[in-house]
Design a protein around this ligand. Structure first.
Ligand code: SIN
Length: 506
C-alpha cells in the first residue's frame, strides 16, 4: 500500500496540490524499502484547519521498531567507515533535494500542521539550513593530540560516532526538528531510527524519501509512524534495546523524563529538548515599539506553539499602560485563518487537546483577577472555519498564582505581569522549574550584561524576539533538558571520545 488514501479531501487540504504526489508516503521506510506495518493497521492524518482526515499512515508497533533497529544496526559499520567527505556530500545532496521540493514540503507542513504557507516555507528553509550546516560540520569531527607527560608515550583523543540513534520528534515543526536531529547524526557517522509525531508524520516521511533519492544508503535512515495509542509500545522497543545507543527527543518534560527513566537500563546517551516557560522582560528604558514587534514575532510564530515562545511577559510599571495599548493594536491586526488563504498570520491550533488547554489557562487567569484585553475565546467563522482556531489573546494584570505562570500555554496567549525593579523581575523570571529561553528589552548596555548573566536559561534574546539559527547552540537547562542542537556543539551529542595511549616509543 504505497498510495495515499484521501479520506475526506477538502479545500484546505493543500497536499492535494503537490507537484510530486509521490511525496505523500503512507508506509514505513526500513532498510531502504517502503513497507507495510506488521500489524497492517493504519491511522488517519487530519488537517487542523478542518479536522478532516486527508491521508493515512502506518500504525506501527514494536515489531516495526525492532525491524528499523535491525536495519540501522546492520548499516552502521559501513556508514561509520565512509569518509567524512562522502557523508558530507550525501548531506549536501539531500539539502539540494529539499530545496528543489521546497514548495511541496511547505504544503505538506501546512496541511498536517496548520501553520500558514508563508511560515511553512520559512520552516523548510530553516530545516534545510541544518542539513547544509551539518554537511559542512561532517568534515570537522576533530579529535585532540595531547601533550605527553611521560617520555616514550603519545596520547590522543579520537571522536567516534555513538552508534544507532533514535530520533523522536514533535508536531510543531514537522520538518525542522527531524532535520536537525538526523543531519548531525549522519554527519557524525551514526545511523538513525526515527518516529515523527503522530499528528504530523507526512512531512518527515517525505523528507526521508528525499534523503533516499539523494543517495543515503539503505538502513542509514529508517522511519516508522505510529498513532498516539501505539507510540509507547513502539518506542519502548528502542528504550530497551542495547543496540540503540542514543535517544534524541524534542517534546514535553514529562515524556523526556519518562524516556530518561525507561532507557536507564541500557545507559543510553540522551539529548532532551523539553518544555519551556520563557519570560519576556520589557524594561522602561527599552524601545517600546521594538519590544512589541519582537514579542509579536516570538509569541505568534506557529500560533504560539513553540517551546521558546514567550510565555510570561513582564513589563515595568512606568511603561505598562503604553505597552498594553500598543500590543492590543498589534494583536487585533492579526489575520486568523487557514494556511491555504493568502495573508493568514495565524493558523489553527494542532488539535482539540491544545484548544482545551489554552482555554483552561485563559479562564483560570480571568477567574484569578486577570483583565481580558482582547481575544480569550475559540473562533469559528467563514474564514476560520474549523474547530481549532483560538483568538490571539492578551491578558493584563497577570499574577503568579495563575496556571499560565507555571505551565507552558503553547498557544496564542500573552499574559502581562507588572514589575518595578530589575532585581525583582530577575527573581520572578527565574522562579520556574524550566530553563529554555528568555528575552529582555532594554536600552542600557550595563543592564544587558547584568541581566544576561543572571537569567537561568540556555537560549536568550536581547532586544530580539526570535533567535534560533543553525549556527547557534539550541537547548535548555533545568527541566527544559540537556544537549544542544545546531552550531559546532550540535555534533558533540552524536560523538563519543576514545582516548588512546601508545607507549614504548623510546
Ligand atoms: C521548538 O519549539 O521546539 C523549537 C523552536 C525553534 O527551533 O525555534
Amino acid at each position: 500500500m504505497n498510495s495515499v488514501t484521501h479520506i475526506a479531501p477538502d479545500q484546505d487540504s493543500l497536499c492535494l496540490d503537490l507537484q510530486r504526489g509521490d511525496l505523500v508516503c503512507s508506509q514505513n521506510y526500513i532498510n531502504g524499502a517502503w513497507v507495510d506495518p506488521y500489524s497492517k493497521r493504519w491511522y488517519e492524518v487530519s488537517n487542523p484547519a478542518t479536522d478532516l482526515a486527508f491521508a493515512r499512515v502506518a500504525d506501527s508497533g514494536p515489531d516495526d521498531a525492532r525491524a528499523a533497529t535491525d536495519a540501522a544496526a546492520a548499516a552502521f559499520p559501513d556508514w561509520r567507515a565512509r569518509t567524512a567527505r562522502e557523508r558530507s556530500q550525501m548531506l549536501q545532496s539531500w539539502h539540494g533535494r529539499i530545496l528543489e521540493n521546497a514548495e511541496d514540503l511547505a504544503r505538506l507542513i501546512a496541511s498536517e500542521q496548520g501553520k500558514s504557507l508563508a511560515e511553512a516555507r520559512g520552516e523548510v528553509a530553516y530545516g534545510a539550513s541544518y542539513v547544509e550546516w551539518f554537511a559542512a560540520e561532517a568534515l570537522r569531527c576533530n579529535g585532540d593530540i595531547l601533550p605527553s607527560l611521560m617520555p616514550g608515550r603519545r596520547q590522543m583523543a579520537m571522536r567516534e560516532p555513538v552508534g544507532v540513534v533514535a530520533a523522536i520528534t514533535p508536531w510543531n515543526f514537522p520538518l525542522a526538528m527531524i532535520a536537525r536531529k538526523i543531519a548531525p547524526a549522519l554527519a557524525a557517522g551514526c545511523t538513525v531510527v526515527a518516529k515523527p509525531a503522530e499528528d504530523t508524520p507526512l512531512t518527515a516521511l517525505a523528507l526521508v524519501k528525499l534523503a533516499a533519492e539523494a543517495g543515503i544508503p539503505a538502513g542509514v535512515i529508517n522511519i516508522i509512524s505510529a498513532s498516539r495509542e501505539q507510540t509507547p509500545e513502539a518506542v519502548s522497543s528502542w528504550l530497551q534495546d542495547a543496540r540503540v545507543r542514543k535517544i534524541t527527543f524534542t517534546g514535553s518534560t514529562a515524556v523526556g523524563k519518562y524516556l530518561a527513566r525507561e532507557s536507564a537500563g541500557t545507559l543510553k546517551r540522551l539529548s532532551l529538548e523539553l518544555g519551556g516557560n520563557a519570560p519576556f522582560i520589557v524594561f522602561a528604558d527599552a524601545d517600546i515599539d521594538a519590544a512589541v514587534a519582537g514579542l509579536m514575532r516570538g509569541k505568534f510564530r506557529n500560533s504560539g506553539q513553540t517551546c521558546v515562545c514567550p510565555n510570561r511577559v513582564y513589563v515595568q510599571s512606568g511603561v505598562y499602560q503604553r505597552f498594553v495599548e500598543k500590543l492590543q493594536s498589534a494583536v487585533e491586526a492579526l489575520r486568523i485563518g487557514p494556511a491555504s488563504r493568502s495573508g493568514t498570520d495565524i493558523g489553527p491550533l494542532i488539535n482539540a487537546r491544545a484548544v482545551a488547554k489554552v482555554d483552561a489557562h485563559v479562564h483560570d487567569a480571568i477567574a484569578r483577577g486577570a483583565t481580558l484585553v482582547t481575544g480569550g475565546k475559540s473562533v469559528q467563522n467563514e474564514v476560520a472555519n474549523g474547530p481549532f482556531y483560538y483568538a490571539p489573546t492578551v491578558l493584563a494584570e497577570a499574577s503568579e498564582d495563575m496556571m499560565l505562570c507555571h505551565e507552558e500555554t503553547f498557544g496564542p496567549v500573552i499574559p502581562l505581569f507588572r514589575f518595578d525593579t530589575e532585581e525583582e523581575v530577575v527573581a520572578r523570571a527565574n522562579a520556574t522549574a524550566f530553563g529554555l529561553a528568555a528575552y529582555f528589552y532594554t536600552g542600557d548596555p550595563a543592564r544587558i550584561w547584568r541581566v544576561a548573566g543572571l537569567l537561568e536559561v540556555g537560549v536568550m534574546g536581547i532586544n530580539e524576539g526570535v533567535v534560533a539559527s543553525e549556527a547557534a547552540p539550541f537547548g535548555g537547562i533545568k527541566d527544559s533538558g540537556y544537549g544542544r542542537e545546531g552550531s559546532q556543539q550540535g555534533l558533540d551529542d552524536y560523538l563519543q571520545t576514545k582516548y588512546m595511549c601508545q607507549g614504548e616509543l623510546g
